[in-house]
Design a protein around this ligand. Structure first.
Ligand SMILES: Cc1ncc(COP(=O)(O)O)c(C=O)c1O
Length: 439
């Protein structure tokens, strides 16, 4: 009934646990559905929703031209200026970001798909360093047919020891070539999702050089750039540096570096569906523009986004508030984890998540222990997304702490601890993750 690719796309929707639990009809509500599921799987920031919504209600002035094609084509003149100024103020670029160097679409998800289309052919690979945002498989795979190739980090800290990281990346290139996969780009999420850590400048420089040496594009997804805050007192953290703030002379051709930013995370405004690509590659611009006719942002959304971004004082206030609340909320989660004997990945000072080690609680005789554990948690009314970040180590789950109100967060953590029960003294599972996939 459908085309071959249409049927393939439909099958993706059926993959077990492909989508985050806790988003359906049975969502928790303290009054109306106290037995519902508290979802910790979707990266949203509702901690600033109230302030942002009130601001938009009082300040957005729609004009007639939002009804035209012109207003929104590639983001339109007003928004492109506003986002370029925003990036220049906050990412400290070595060379100012010009409005004409930006492609704007209806989300970063759309940008990923177009970028994948423009940089690779079906069967080609995008190299990544796990753990990483699992949706890249869909964004670059569903229509582009690209593969996400997970570097085997083999105990190397992805943020330290740049030389070791490059050794692992080179090994991945060799392995990919042996299997016939042409790697087109290295994709970095900085600050990282799900670890909430930032790449040190010297690591970014090494990664840029690696890309130049191997003819790869360097894609830096910086959608959490302004969600960087104070970490735990006893943990070492690294400040965020945009790749734009690094002088790339002698490291890589500027035309190979592409930076992604959007309003879904820092501004807690995923519903506006706006994402941007910054690149100095004029051929890529042309190619992206021919694709962007399929993913135009909407005029009213751009008007709202421009209203926010043009008010620098408000942005500064909102970002400070967001950072304060994110930091406090992360500290609260960690205090609960500590009390329950649940370990977490150290060094996070960004984003909306804590990456936790639930491997002691895995039912290791089950066929798929992560799925089994996630099912058990769901029965206790808490939704964690299994196998989504492709860490390569069994039992790690991402807790998103900013998608629900504080009382709900506390209730969800209580449910998690109850569902897990006392920490069993079980042997850990051996490493089972292969490249490109679910365990
Ligand atoms: C690293 C990263 N990039 C992109 C996205 C999606 O952004 P958008 O809402 O603009 O599609 C997410 C969402 O979780 C993300 O974590």
């Amino acid at each position: 009934m459908l085309s071959h690719r249409g049927s393939k796309a439909a099958a993706i929707e059926e993959l077990p646990w492909r989508f985050a639990p806790g988003k359906g009809d049975d969502q928790y509500d303290p009054i109306h559905n106290p037995g519902g599921v508290i979802g910790f799987g979707t990266a949203e920031n509702c901690l600033i929703h109230k302030e942002l919504f009130e601001y938009l209600q009082s300040k957005t002035a729609f004009t007639e031209d939002i009804l035209t094609y012109r207003y929104s084509t590639n983001g339109g003149e007003r928004f492109q200026q506003a986002i370029a100024s925003h990036l220049n103020r906050h990412l400290s670029p070595v060379h100012p970001v010009g409005a004409s160097q930006l492609i704007t679409a209806s989300s970063l998800t759309a940008i990923h798909e177009m970028l994948g289309f423009c940089l690779g052919d079906p069967g080609d690979g995008i190299l990544v360093i796990p753990p990483i945002y699992g949706r890249f498989e869909l964004d670059f795979g569903n229509t582009d047919g690209l593969r996400i190739v997970y570097t085997d980090m083999d105990e190397v800290d992805p943020f330290e020891g740049a030389d070791d990281i490059v050794v692992r990346l080179k090994a991945s290139l060799v392995k990919a070539a042996a299997s016939g996969t042409v790697i087109r780009a290295l994709m970095i999420v900085n600050p990282n999702n799900p670890l909430g850590r930032c790449y040190p400048k010297h690591t970014i420089r090494s990664l840029l050089r690696f890309c130049q040496d191997h003819g790869l594009h360097y894609i830096s997804d910086e959608v959490y750039a302004l969600s960087v805050y104070e970490g735990e007192e006893d943990e070492d953290v690294v400040d965020f540096h945009s790749v734009l703030s690094i002088d790339t002379t002698g490291l890589i051709d500027a035309s190979r570096v592409h930076v992604l930013y959007g309003l879904s995370k820092d501004f807690g405004a995923a519903g506006l569906r706006i994402g941007c690509l910054f690149s100095r590659n004029s051929l890529l611009h042309k190619s992206m523009m021919s694709m962007n006719r399929f993913h135009p942002p909407s005029g009213p959304a751009l008007a709202m986004a421009s209203t926010i971004l043009e008010d620098g004082a408000f942005v500064d206030k909102l970002m400070a508030l967001s950072r304060r609340r994110l930091s406090l909320t992360r500290k609260l989660v960690i205090s609960r984890l500590r009390a329950a004997g649940i370990d977490w990945h150290r060094g996070g000072n960004a984003g909306f998540f804590v990456y936790v080690d639930l491997s002691p609680w895995l039912p290791h005789h089950a066929e798929n222990p992560e799925f089994k554990l996630a099912e058990k948690l769901l029965r206790h009314g808490v939704g964690l997304h299994p196998c989504e970040e492709h860490y390569g180590k069994p039992g790690w789950f991402r807790i998103v702490f900013s998608a629900v109100k504080q009382n709900t967060l506390e209730e969800g953590l209580r449910r998690l601890v109850t569902a897990l029960g006392p920490k069993p003294a079980l042997p850990r599972l051996a490493r089972v993750n292969g490249e490109n996939g679910h365990w």
